[in-house]
Design a binder for this molecule. Structure first.
Ligand SMILES: Cc1ncc(COP(=O)(O)O)c(C=O)c1O
Length: 353
């Protein structure tokens, strides 16, 4: 029997997620990264921890990072599970709750990995398409609640990637809890840019699970640090989805340092939000439709089908949002000079189209 015959079906069809290629001189606004280096206190903590890397991480290493994460979120340490990025957190939730034949409700457009996580477990995903309403995208609540009845898991990115919209509020969570039996996974990767969270719900509701990350406002994407916020009973189950040492000594030390001194994340958010508004206004002036954003990126409808290729010719990389149409792009807000490079390139492309 060939190895392909032995593998699970979902693995045969899926395309591997491509690691980004980077070349000097290009402005990369395609991955919603933070454009600033991590602060010195985090880098120093990483160095110090690396000297202890002959040993496995200890309970104290884990507990200190978890305690500070809990303090930041405003919950108890028992409500937190630390993970290697938001990605690992998401996978863990699928591991615990999704099995063969289970239905998973996903927003569309959305994160391709969620579909993959569903199908490799033998689950079936049901997309619920967001509705464009002026300069934002909204959930058709009745459609979502009806799709969620009988489903095992509902995933809501809030704020939503790639639209940048805030799509969920307390009332929607109430409806999902009252009218369905599904686990409600709220992906708050961009929480710091929106300031709106459902994390407090985990105290009362054991079916609400929140995912967060230090990849965005905390500028630590390359270190892979995320966490789950869940009711203590759910957190105990979720902890089992990860290997005992899923967090390296370096990740734990970086998380501890980042949570201990969070001022830099506030400054990053202020800078990015300021630049986001400037970028939105200037791009709007060029005749591009710019959507409202609660994140570190902007969704734009450009009316130009090969916009990604044309911007690339000017040395600027952005992400095409094919699920909305070939002329939709997602532009990460970078440093001022990077944003200016984007605006210059966009202006040239618009002029010549
Ligand atoms: C909605 C959403 N969830 C999760 C992630 C994963 O982030 P990470 O694995 O870097 O924490 C991202 C990254 O861009 C995202 O946009």
């Amino acid at each position: 029997m060939s190895v392909r015959e032995l593998a699970k079906e979902g693995f045969l069809e899926a395309e591997p997620y491509p690691l980004p290629r980077r070349h000097p001189g290009i402005v990369y606004l395609d991955l919603n990264e933070c454009p600033f280096e991590p602060p010195e206190h985090v880098v120093e903590a990483v160095y110090r921890a690396a000297r202890r890397a002959n040993r496995y991480p200890t309970r104290d290493d884990y507990d200190e990072a978890r305690r500070l994460a809990a303090e930041y979120v405003g919950v108890d340490p028992e409500n937190i599970v630390l993970t290697a990025g938001g990605d690992e957190a998401l996978r863990g939730v699928f591991d615990v709750f999704v099995g063969s034949g289970d239905r998973v409700v996903l927003l569309e457009p959305g994160f391709a990995m969620m579909r993959f996580y569903t199908v490799v477990r033998g689950g079936v995903y049901q997309p619920v398409r967001l509705v464009e309403e002026g300069r934002r995208f909204v959930i058709n609540e009745d459609e979502l609640v009806s799709a969620a009845s009988g489903a095992r898991l509902v995933v809501i990115e809030n704020p939503h990637n790639p639209t940048g919209s805030l799509v969920a509020d307390e009332r929607l969570v109430d409806r999902l809890l009252n009218e369905t039996d599904a686990v409600i996974l709220i992906d708050e990767a961009y929480y710091e840019f929106a300031g709106v969270s459902m994390a407090h719900r985990v105290r009362e509701d054991d079916r609400v699970v929140v995912v967060r990350t230090l990849s965005k406002a905390f500028c630590l994407a390359g270190l892979r640090i995320g966490y789950l916020v869940a009711n203590a009973a759910a957190a105990e189950l979720l902890r089992k989805a990860f290997p005992p040492f899923n967090m390296s000594i370096v990740q734990l030390a970086a998380a501890t340092a980042a949570f201990s001194n969070r001022d830099y994340a506030k400054r990053v958010v202020d800078y990015i939000v300021g630049e986001r508004e400037r970028l939105a206004e200037e791009a709007g002036r060029l005749g591009v439709k710019v959507y409202e954003s609660y994140t570190n990126f902007l969704l734009m409808k450009t009316g130009i089908k090969d916009i990604v290729e044309k911007l690339a010719l000017h040395g600027v990389a952005v992400k095409r949002i094919q699920q909305l149409g070939p002329d939709y792009i997602r532009v990460t807000v970078g440093r001022r000079e990077e944003n200016d490079r984007f605006l210059e390139a966009l202006s040239k492309v618009v002029e010549s189209s």
